[in-house]
Design a binder for this molecule. Structure first.
Ligand SMILES: *Cc1c(COP(=O)(O)O)cnc(C)c1O
Length: 455
């Protein structure tokens, strides 16, 4: 038996656990995030072989390294095959510069990549142990629909999503309410924060222990591992020669996406630089520059709404990766190696004006269609190349991530480019489908009664 990789808490006050426990628990008992005690590595030869593999095969090789035989190979292969049954387009823009479109999943958001695999990994353990679980999430739109779609139809798992009636778009709502089966959607005539508060209260309520409630938020280690894959995949498909190094640009909010990239790097992917682009919530670019961290409260509302984050929940993982300790409030008790971090990461804040301008410029110059999040990433890359002329040459491979489909933002695209982006196949026909959801009052006792009557 090979020794499994254990997962420690970034707060360092909880016992390290196996992958199974980290996956099913989500957050450590000391409120820290789980991190692998060891990061497995790929040899140059192994990475070279990825060039001939399909996406799901690379996903298999990467997960196998972390899981070390804890899930049978044939089961793991089935999980990645089921999770990744859609395209991952690598769009050529100019010279050796590309945009990777992570928007072909069922909800046209990059969150599908992580959520689909996490759901199937959870299902594996629950089935094996003949147990059931209820996933409870509050959403302001995108996370809820990605989770609901990812877990839709899985055995041993039910999903309840709470959303604020007036804060999600029609399209976002329909992506959740037209599913059915094991997906239950509940609307509240309240704000997102109220939904979040009810969910938190339910988790803390011992009367509901019998329901085995679990969260599926972005800090689950089961969502991070799948996010390593597309970094390896894109490099493997686009590299031209052996000694090549790549620059990635990642539009970032809670930093789950960029942590996937950092793991890929530490596993041996030859990355020259990570460009981490944020919107006007610039706590991280400031931190990289000064070493001083100050969260933004409340977070600022920007066009790239999924990145309106004033304190990235995965930041403590990044700090841990560079040898420091940051708790869940953002307090740093041990400083990370800032010199190394500054060498490997360039971070920049892109404001709404620049985001809009880049949507327009990219389309005019290259027929490159971006939505606000991808525009922040692409603008971040352009800024980096301008600031660092030594990297700005036609040979340097650069890959910028597009995290949602432009058709999810029809109003902004129409305003800037004067046309309606065509819907991806996954969103077609959704307007005509029948909706079904429950409405409850914004009162915890009503929510509790609802849960107890249903389950
Ligand atoms: C969630 C999200 C992001 C931010 O990803 P993080 O992993 O939180 O940094 C970026 N773009 C879109 C479209 C998203 O939904």
């Amino acid at each position: 038996m090979i020794k499994p990789i254990l997962f420690y808490s970034t707060n360092l006050r909880a016992t390290p656990v196996t992958f199974r426990e980290a996956l099913l628990k989500g957050i450590a008992p000391d409120k820290g995030l789980y991190m692998p005690q060891e990061i497995p590595r790929f040899s140059k030869e192994e990475i070279r072989k990825f060039s001939e593999m399909e996406y799901h095969e690379i996903a298999f090789e990467i997960s196998k390294k972390f899981l070390r035989g804890q899930i049978p190979d044939e089961t793991l292969l089935q999980i990645v095959k089921d999770s990744y049954n859609y395209e991952v387009p690598l769009e050529h823009v100019y010279d050796n510069k590309f945009v990777m479109r992570l928007d072909q999943g069922p909800t046209a958001s990059f969150k599908d990549f992580a959520a689909r695999m996490m759901g199937r990994l959870m299902q594996f353990y629950l089935k094996k142990e003949k147990r059931n679980l209820i996933i409870l999430v509050a959403t302001s739109g995108d996370t809820g629909s990605a989770i609901a779609n990812a877990f839709y139809g899985l055995d041993n798992i039910k999903i309840i999503v709470l959303f604020p009636q007036n804060e999600v778009t029609n399209r976002q709502r329909k992506q959740m309410t037209t599913l059915g089966k094991n997906v239950q959607i509940v609307s509240l005539d309240a704000k997102f924060d109220d939904c979040q508060a009810l969910v938190k209260q339910a988790f803390a309520d011992p009367d509901l222990d019998y329901l085995h409630l679990s969260s599926a938020n972005s800090i689950n280690i089961g969502r991070l591992i799948p996010q390593i894959v597309y970094y390896f995949y894109s490099f493997a498909k686009l590299r031209k020669k052996d000694e090549e190094e790549v620059i990635f640009s990642v539009p970032s909010g809670n930093f789950g996406d960029m942590m996937g990239g950092m793991f890929a790097f530490k596993m041996g992917l030859p990355v020259k630089k990570f460009v981490i682009a944020t919107n006007e919530n610039d706590e991280f670019p400031k931190f990289v520059k000064t070493g001083i961290y100050k969260k933004i409260e409340p977070s600022l509302n920007c066009l790239s709404s999924a990145m309106n984050v004033g304190h990235p929940s995965n930041l403590s993982r990044l700090v841990a990766l560079y040898g420091g300790v940051m708790d869940e409030t953002g307090y740093i008790s041990k400083a990370p190696d800032m010199k190394l971090l500054q060498k490997e990461i360039y971070s920049v804040s892109i404001n709404d004006e620049e985001t809009k301008q880049m949507i327009s410029d990219a389309y005019k110059a290259h027929k490159l269609l971006l939505e606000p999040h991808g525009s922040v990433g692409w603008a971040g890359l352009q800024r980096f190349l301008k600031d660092n002329p030594e990297y700005d040459n036609s040979k340097q491979l650069c890959i910028s991530l597009e995290t949602a489909h432009p058709a999810k933002f029809p109003e902004q695209i129409r305003e800037i480019l004067n046309f309606d982006p065509t819907l991806p196949p996954s969103l077609e026909g959704i307007e005509e489908k029948e909706e079904s959801y429950d409405k409850i009052e914004n009162e915890y006792k009503d929510f509790k009664t609802y849960l107890k009557s249903k389950y």
